[in-house]
Design a protein around this ligand. Structure first.
Ligand code: HEM
Length: 282
């Protein structure tokens, strides 16, 4: 094949960049060589590609959620609520993207999945450390979930640190106090590595905000953004559970759990509990 003639336009605009000897290209910037060389099927089954890409794409979106949530937590801790709203809105849109992706996976039939399931060994989304970081950031802390990282010292240490960091809900409760609303000291001094437990003073604090919206508009907006994110996370979990049931029925999971029964129990772990209970009391 002959080389393209540089002097002929071929329908492109004249100034379009074509020489990347010294300039950074799209692929260089995005490291596409690495990303697009990371889909290694362990079977020769056609549908395994969908299975790999849906997981990898989900992990990329999770990375962005963690990035945005960390920024939001920092803003709220500094009592700078406005910028956190923008960030939390973005988190919510990313979650919608993740929820939507289940419709692609639902085209995988039980018999197609069975063609390569045996080759997956013990690997399971249960070991997704990014999912765990998101759950921690939303307040669902559980040290026992870290056992699966014991063989990776560096990651295990990183996860232990994350477990001890304030969740977005801890930050929001401190924001209530910063506005002069009472919350029991034991909540403020709580062991951050433990799952957040509902507390009456926190419920009363949120009730105050919701009953005096004009006075506490920013806290009210923050609360509604959190409810939105907690709600979407539950929808993601529900779609996962339901898709799993559609594909493997009630077989145990590759990660060793009871499968759908376990995933249904996960749905009982609510985020930001008082923001839900106040709805009955308002
Ligand atoms: C054929 C598709 C899928 C099946 C059959 C499946 C099955 C399961 C099962 C049974 C569990 C429970 C743990 C275990 O015993 O393995 C689990 C957990 C999990 N899966 Fe999936 N999954 C699928 C797709 C996905 C996808 C696309 C993602 C996206 C990243 C994902 C993320 C997760 C996460 C984060 C958990 C942990 C949930 C928790 O402990 O809260 N899964 N999956």
């Amino acid at each position: 094949m002959s080389k393209p003639d540089k002097d002929i336009n071929h329908g492109l605009e004249k100034n379009i960049q074509t020489d990347f000897q010294k300039a950074m290209s799209y692929g260089d910037y995005l490291h596409l060589d690495k990303i697009l060389a990371s889909q290694h099927r362990v079977s020769d089954h056609h549908d395994e590609m969908l299975f790999i890409i849906i997981h990898q794409a989900s992990e990329l979106w999770m990375k962005l959620i963690i990035h945005e949530l960390s920024a939001a937590i920092e803003y709220i801790r500094q009592n700078d609520l406005e910028p956190s709203f923008k960030t939390l809105s973005r988190v919510s849109r990313i979650q919608q993207q993740l929820i939507q992706s289940w419709t692609v996976l639902s085209t995988l039939t039980p018999s197609e999945y069975l063609e390569f399931r045996g080759k997956l060994g013990q690997s399971s989304g249960f070991q997704s450390y990014q999912n765990r970081l998101i759950e921690f950031a939303l307040g669902n802390k559980n040290i026992h979930t870290l056992a699966v990282y014991q063989h990776q010292t560096e990651l295990y240490e990183k996860m232990l640190k994350a477990l001890q960091k304030p969740s977005i809900y801890d930050a929001a409760i401190h924001a209530l106090v910063a506005r002069g609303i009472h919350v029991d000291q034991e909540v403020l001094d709580r062991d951050l590595s433990k799952k957040y437990e509902p507390n009456q003073s926190v419920e009363e604090a949120w009730l105050k905000v919701y009953r005096n919206v004009d006075q506490y508009w920013d806290l009210y907006e923050l609360a509604e953004k959190l409810v939105d994110i907690g709600h979407q996370q539950q929808i993601w979990r529900y779609h996962h559970m339901s898709t799993v049931e559609r594909i493997i029925g009630h077989k145990p999971g590759t990660g060793g759990s009871s499968g759908v029964t376990y995933l249904k129990k996960v749905l009982d772990q609510h985020f930001f509990p008082e923001l839900w209970t106040i709805r009955t009391k308002l």
